[in-house]
Unconditional design. Structure first.
Ligand SMILES: Nc1ncnc2c1ncn2[C@@H]1O[C@H](COP(=O)(O)OP(=O)(O)OP(=O)(O)O)[C@@H](O)[C@H]1O
Length: 228
């Protein structure tokens, strides 16, 4: 599903962000990526959806060979992945339903099919009654749920989330994590970079710890493991 073999990444300014990452993430895994600020977590995650390209090494995601992938094939890769950000990245002038529908419009579905899919995924994230709200009319947690609904719309096999609870209070963060857990229970792989110690320590899922551009720990029922 996600395979990295000896992946290195140096940014153009010379910063060596990753130094020899090898990892295998299977279908249905739930993985927390932890580590100090600047360790390379975001870079690790961005490689998976070809937001950044590796300097060397091999990466395979959902059957796509990331180094060889032609630019025109990137949308195909990204349709098989849902990506969630700390700042939600919703389109501000569109309602919740329109934000979700927008992700589906490139697929050539009928209006009716789009409407049904939008209703389904908004229902799935508990926002069936807020479909016509603009992002500014929603709480942070609700906005993140819209982003998750949008990511679910294409029925991705993996959801990659970079610090998805970073802007949310603890209770709301737990709501988002429980939602990820339900999505994972249905078979979708989840990869989530986080600084949230309580969540990682309570959930006891796979933990990949990154420090100074390398994986220093990879445990099936791991703990957060840092004092900050
Ligand atoms: N576009 C870029 N150009 C140059 N250096 C970068 C770029 N993006 C990240 N870096 C550097 O690469 C290293 C790893 O950054 P990265 O964002 O992957 O870390 P992180 O573990 O996600 O950190 P945080 O927890 O603070 O988000 C850092 O030294 C950072 O300054």
């Amino acid at each position: 599903m996600i395979e990295m073999q000896d992946v290195w990444k140096a940014y153009p300014n010379g910063t060596q962000a990753l130094r020899g990452i090898s990892v295998h993430i299977q279908k249905g895994d739930f993985v927390y990526v932890v580590g100090p600020s600047g360790a390379g977590k975001s870079t690790f995650i961005k490689l998976m959806y070809r937001e950044v390209r590796p300097t060397s090494g091999h990466i395979f995601v959902n059957g796509f060979n990331i180094e060889r992938l032609k630019d025109r094939k990137i949308p195909l890769l990204r349709r098989s992945i849902g990506v969630i950000f700390q700042d939600f990245k919703l389109l501000p002038k569109m309602t919740a339903a329109e934000n979700v529908a927008f992700a589906l419009e490139v697929l050539g579905l009928s209006h009716r099919q789009i409407r049904r899919r939008v209703e389904d995924v908004l229902e799935q994230v508990g926002l069936g009654d807020k479909a016509n709200m603009l992002p500014t009319q929603l709480s942070g947690g609700e906005q993140q749920r819209v982003a998750i609904a949008r990511s679910l719309a294409n029925n991705p096999s993996v959801i990659i989330a970079d610090e998805p609870t970073g802007n949310l209070d603890p209770d709301t963060s737990w709501g988002i994590v429980r939602l990820f857990q339900r999505i994972n229970d249905l078979g979708t792989t989840i990869v989530m970079a986080t600084h949230n110690r309580d969540i990682v320590n309570s959930m006891r899922r796979r933990v990949i710890a990154v420090e100074n551009g390398t994986i220093v720990r990879d445990e099936q029922r791991g703990l957060y493991g840092y004092d900050e």
